[in-house]
Each structure stands twice: as C-alpha cells, then as structure tokens.
Design a protein around this ligand. Structure first.
Ligand code: ADP
Ligand code: MG
Length: 174
C-alpha cells in the first residue's frame, strides 16, 4: 500500500477512538517511556509537543521539564529547528498549530530523540505526515538513539520505506 493511502487509513482508524481513550492510551505509553532505561539514563532529550492525533505528551513534558533538559521541535520552512525548553520560556503556536518554545536554536547533542508518527512497524519503519521533516532532522543525528511513540492502531505489520526514510530504533506502544 502506498504512503498516502496508509495515511488516510490511519486517519479513519483514529476517528474510531474517543479523545478520552487516546488520552488513556497516551498515559500508559508514556509510563513505559518514563521507566525505559534509555529515558532514565538520558539527560538531553528531544520530545515533541503533541497534536490531537499523536500520543499526548503535554503532561509528560510538564512533569519532566524540571528534571531533564527537554528540547522541542520548531518548524522553520522545511526544517525542524530544536529549541530547549528553558525554565522561563514562552510558547507560541507554530506552522502546524503545535506549541513551540520561543528561544534560540539548541545546538547541543541529544541523548535520546522521541518521535511521533502516523504509523510504525516492528522494523522501525516510520510513516510521517508526508513532508519528511523527521527524516531530514534525524539524518543530522545518525548516532542518537530514537524511540517512536504510537497508539496501538498505528503499529502496523508493514510500513513502506524509501531510501531517505530513517529507521527508528525502538517503538513504544500499548
Ligand atoms: P514522511 O517521512 O513525513 O512520511 P516521506 O518519507 O514521504 O514523508 O518524505 C517526504 C519527502 O521528504 C520525500 O519525498 C523527500 O523528497 C523528502 N526528504 C525526506 N528526507 C530527506 C532527506 N534526508 N533529504 C532530502 N529530502 C528528503
Ligand atoms: Mg519518511
């Protein structure tokens, strides 16, 4: 199946789940993340501020932002520009209606990068929204451990993969 059709299928599946159910799933998925050895050991962590159809991270970010260095993506043109979630940072809504911290770009390295996705498979193939933002961003951090978060209906037997697609090291779902 091609990527575009797969994205439509995932959108249809998502509509069969209430926001409450997705919130409950999100909390369980993030409990897994919070106890994961890679997360516990990591100090500088790239997370993402969730859109309504992604594993909900906003509470998790609030919980962890004072204990670890949390970096969030901002979208500038065709690129993800990482920005540190410093103590007094303010947010503004970005291009994709994602809350983005307003500060200078983070130029340090990462111990862990956590990515959203429309679908994943067990081999770490990832389907994004179709603009390749994370493929480009992750290609700049080839050595960093990556974890994908997804709802149960987003983990598929097989996600199509092209040469430019970056493989995600681990997927956490229900
Ligand atoms: P997504 O990963 O969001 O599902 P795709 O994998 O379909 O989207 O990628 C969308 C487009 O992004 C590709 O057709 C490609 O042109 C571009 N792209 C992705 N990664 C790179 C890269 N590393 N360098 C240049 N272009 C890229
Ligand atoms: Mg891709």
């Amino acid at each position: 199946m091609d990527k575009k059709t797969l994205r439509q299928q995932i959108r249809t599946l998502k509509k069969q789940h209430s926001q409450e159910e997705l919130q409950t799933q999100s909390e369980k998925i993030l409990q897994h993340l919070a106890t994961h050895p890679h997360f516990l050991q990591a100090e500088k962590i790239m997370l993402y501020a969730s859109l309504p159809d992604e594993v909900q991270t906003l509470d998790f970010i609030e919980t962890w932002r004072h204990r670890k260095t949390i970096i969030l993506p901002t979208v500038v043109g065709d690129d993800i520009i990482p920005v540190e979630l410093a103590e007094n940072v303010t947010f503004a809504e970005g291009d994709f209606h994602i809350p983005e911290p307003q500060s200078h770009p983070y130029t340090g390295d990462f111990d862990l990068i956590v990515v959203p996705g429309m679908a994943f498979d067990a081999d770490g193939h990832r389907l994004g929204r179709g603009k390749g933002y994370y493929d480009r961003f992750l290609s700049q951090h080839p050595q960093t451990h990556t974890i994908g978060l997804c709802f149960d209906f987003q983990l598929l037997p097989n996600v199509p993969c092209e040469p430019h697609d970056r493989i995600i090291d681990e997927i956490i779902t229900l």
